[in-house]
Design a protein around this ligand. Structure first.
Ligand code: AMP
Ligand code: TRP
Length: 336
């Protein structure tokens, strides 16, 4: 039986943090043996908000190296850069022309990001989910492992598929395949260290709000020491009045690899002074091998380039085939 296909991606904007890792990349790594996987660095998405041309390329390499350092295995997975496969931009255009405008103005992430941009909202920011749909659909992906915040974008992708198949496919011969989101119960929404009601985010102006995968042990220790807690003794999961407590216990559970029951039992009578060093130690120990591997990969630049070259070749072949299929369905002639 052929394996189901997985596609996912992260934007090369700023540092990867524990939210990206626990909400997305960790799940790619754990599930990769079961699927045929494509992981891209979505650098076309990165310019939907103002960006720094001087660091775009190096940020893209950093993310690709972190995919490998976190445990993506090239025996099961293909890693590539979105802008290296021109079919992404081209399919996005075709999908643009069948996507109703109000589907995009309704997207939660657009509304949130647009508020932050003030007057300076680009058409690209509005169109971001259509490009994301193109990423997924070019590979006929069955599953898309992401954090909770991306669920609405995958629902939109499914709506686009239905619309395109309805308008241009035959009932027994759909043009595009509908993907399913793959969202884990634990870690799908890691919260900020400085406010347990806000998600951990690359765009939070305060670096104290997140633990980055490449933070040094001293920085991690300091961030956990200063993170927001509450004055209650005894630490529990799931109390809606104690969002910081739930988040920090979840981080401890996922980073230490202990079960929820074990963590609940271990921490039920603890105060923060006792808990924080445990979380610090678990975070540092979990991230150390990732950081070591990352530095090893970055010291061997030729290797990363060859990984991305191979990835581009494999991805392009599949993406171009799908693009031709869609163009034919829409009535285009293909170049002879
Ligand atoms: P981004 O940083 O927006 O490129 O997100 C990359 C991946 O990380 C997506 O699958 C997001 O859903 C996931 N992600 C981002 N922030 C968080 C968070 N705070 N908790 C869980 N997952 C997250
Ligand atoms: N929008 C995603 C995010 O910010 C990144 C992304 C772009 C993506 N294309 C994708 C995720 C395709 C999964 C599949 O998190």
């Amino acid at each position: 039986m052929t394996k189901q296909r997985v596609l996912s991606g992260v934007q090369p904007t700023g540092n990867l943090h524990l939210g990206n890792y626990l909400g997305a990349i960790r799940n790619w790594v754990e599930g990769q043996h079961q699927y045929d996987n494509f992981f891209c660095v979505v650098d076309l998405h990165a310019i939907t908000v103002p960006h720094h041309p001087a660091t775009l390329a190096s940020d893209t390499y950093t993310i690709a190296a972190l995919y490998l350092a976190c445990g993506i295995d090239l025996a099961y997975s293909t890693i590539f850069v979105q802008s290296h496969v021109s079919a992404h931009a081209e399919l996005a255009w075709l999908l643009n022309c069948i996507t109703p405008l109000n589907w995009l103005t309704d997207m939660i992430q657009f509304k949130e990001k647009a508020v932050k941009q003030g007057e300076n909202v680009s058409v690209g920011l509005l169109d971001y989910p259509v490009l994301m749909a193109a990423d997924i659909l070019l590979y006929d992906a069955d599953k898309v492992p992401v954090g909770e915040d991306q669920k609405q974008h995958i629902e939109l992708t499914r709506d686009i598929v239905n619309r395109l198949n309805h308008q241009y496919g035959k009932p027994d011969q759909p043009v595009l395949k509908s993907p399913q989101p793959l969202i884990r119960a634990d870690g799908a929404r890691i919260m900020s260290l400085t406010d347990g009601t806000k998600k951990m985010s690359k765009s939070d102006p305060s670096d104290m709000s997140r633990i980055n995968l490449l933070d040094s042990p001293e920085v991690i220790q300091n961030k956990i020491k200063k993170c927001k807690t509450d004055p209650v003794r005894g630490l529990v999961f799931g109390d809606p009045d104690r969002p910081e407590c739930n988040n920090l216990l979840t981080l401890y559970m996922l980073l230490s690899g202990k079960s929820k029951e074990d963590v609940a039992e271990e921490c039920k009578d603890m105060g923060w002074g006792q808990f924080k060093p445990l979380l610090t130690e678990a975070a540092i120990a979990h991230l150390k091998p990732i950081q070591d591997k990352y530095h090893e990969i970055m010291n061997e630049k030729g290797y990363l380039e060859s990984v991305l070259r191979d990835g581009r070749e494999k991805a392009s072949e599949i993406a171009n085939e799908t693009l031709c299929r869609v163009k034919l369905a829409l009535g285009y002639s293909l170049p002879t």
